[in-house]
Design a protein around this ligand. Structure first.
Ligand SMILES: N[C@@H](CCC(=O)N[C@@H](CS)C(=O)NCC(=O)O)C(=O)O
Length: 237
């Protein structure tokens, strides 16, 4: 991972030492082989989850709306994870070839993000570790979403989500669906929704991403340390 370097022209993507809201952009940057500083802030351990590593810098970076993730690209200083993702998509020509494709990309990204939001709401909530709540999530939210994504992929004639080459949608869909299938028992659904399974596999096997995905899943937790589920690497599939 590109943790530190001295080139001041390099992009800087700042986030916690977690995949979280930064990972789709990290996937894009790795896919495009863009050198970048993957600035990871450390959160303290239980019980305080000290945030000083970030707070010491938060208001010194010149961000209009200081938050994580942030992106610094020369004089452009951005926050809001989807603004960052779409900016990188435009910059690296991964936002489709026409307005129709761009609209589909945004729809898919937001749809995937909504699923992930429901997943993380459970993970950070008091019942994130409850097998019953996890089972309920799998049987309701996850089933409904995978069914819809599966139907979309079965109708879609292109090789990737909206085109014959990857776009921003592929990184967001991959990351959000893959995370949301982390509870024990989710794999049964992936055996049923084979178009979703095939899609995830196709992204996982992209030569530009293969090693990075294995490495980040092995080393970087999905969520922050204060999550009831997903804050430790050991909880990952
Ligand atoms: N809507 C924002 C939410 C950003 C956000 O909530 N960031 C969390 C981590 S996921 C954070 O810890 N921000 C640092 C802060 O609030 O100072 C986005 O999508 O980027």
């Amino acid at each position: 991972m590109t943790q530190s370097t001295t080139d001041k022209d390099q992009l800087v993507l700042g986030y916690w030492a977690a995949r979280g809201r930064a990972e789709s952009s990290r996937l894009l940057l790795h896919y495009t082989k863009t050198p970048f500083i993957d600035k990871m802030y450390q959160m303290g351990d239980v019980p305080d989850y000290n945030r000083d590593d970030w707070l010491n810098e938060k208001y010194k970076l010149g961000l209009d709306f200081p938050n994580l993730p942030y992106l610094i690209d020369g004089d452009l200083k951005l926050t809001q994870s989807t603004a960052i993702l779409y900016y990188l998509g435009r910059k690296y020509n991964l936002m489709g070839n026409n307005p129709k494709q761009e609209a589909l990309i945004i729809m898919l990204c937001e749809q995937a993000y909504d699923l992930r939001l429901k997943f993380i709401t459970l993970c950070y909530g008091p019942n994130g570790n409850s097998p019953n709540e996890q089972k309920n999530f799998i049987e309701t939210t996850l089933t409904e979403n995978l069914q819809q994504f599966d139907r979309y992929f079965s109708k879609n004639k292109s090789q990737f989500a909206v085109d014959d080459r990857p776009t921003v949608a592929d990184f967001q869909l991959f990351y959000c669906i893959d995370c949301s299938c982390s509870f024990k028992g989710s794999h049964v659904l992936l055996e049923k929704y084979i178009n979703v399974k095939a899609f995830l596999q196709r992204i996982r096997e992209l030569p530009q991403l293969k090693d990075y995905i294995i490495q980040s899943q092995a080393q970087v937790p999905m969520l922050l340390k204060n999550a009831k589920f997903g804050g430790q690497v050991s909880e990952q599939k």
